[in-house]
Design a protein around this ligand. Sequence first.
Ligand code: SAM
Length: 292
Amino acid sequence: MPSPTVIKAFCRELLVKQTALREQEPDLVMDDPEKVAAYTRAGCEDGVMAPVYLFHCAQICEVIKSGDIVLDLGCGPATQLAMVARLNPRTQFIGMDLSEEMLNKAQAHIKQRNLTNVEFRQGDITELSSLADASIDAVMSTVVLHHLPDLTALEGTFAEIKRVLKPGGGLYLVDFGHLKSEKSIRDFAYQYADRQAELFTLDYLYSLRAAFWPQDFFSLYQKYLAGCGNFYKTFVMPYMMVVKSGVRREIDPDLLDQLQELKRAMPGYHQTDLKDLMLFFRLGGLKSPYLN
Ligand SMILES: C[S@@+](CC[C@H](N)C(=O)[O-])C[C@H]1O[C@@H](n2cnc3c(N)ncnc32)[C@H](O)[C@@H]1O
């Protein structure tokens, strides 16, 4: 059962008119050392983002295969990327970010986990000129797109993804969707304030305010990416939006065991968060076969 905060936000979003405005992220590129540290901490196994990372990790695993070259756009500290790379040792990953501070954290994280299938490039996701057309087997990106300043930058990114992705390639993009009311945004941002650093709570608040409107995101998805995957959003309250290609591999029993083990190892409150996310996405049409 979702928490009272989530249920209240759900009812509010169902009933209210759009009053909130999109506000650009104060840090488009995240390079403030303290903020980077708070963000990295939130993404660790026991951090507040662990259930969200596990959900996206399981989704990404469905669209990538052994032998693929996978591009992670806006990899940040590579906490999400490392989780995926560890479960897919025969897949090669390129993590891209503009922030040197993030890339330093990412290098250290990958080294600490002894992963040899990840490399990093400093680059701008709106302009992938270092990559040839149809040269990438799969593209992933998790909670990055709201950092783009405007719809022109989002359009540029979608156009570049379409250009570099091989036909029939894997795709998993997820980002926040803008909620209609500032009250819902604040309730979401402060829901776990007691479990996380204040800087991370503020980062989350700014991210939700910077999220693109689902209708704008969907229009650009239709223009560029409709041939590469389907669009999903969490039911009624679009706090998360996904573009996902077709599944590119059979259910892998070893992977299933490992993902189930990661789920079992999470504390109860993280398991509840994961169940809520799975429920809202399932009602929005996106199933999670590896986590059921
Ligand atoms: C919220 S973090 C997400 C990191 C990671 N994907 C995750 O799931 O934890 C967003 C990242 O996008 C990066 N970023 C923002 N705009 C970018 C751009 N135009 N090109 C490359 N990276 C960008 C930021 O520096 C930051 O590391």
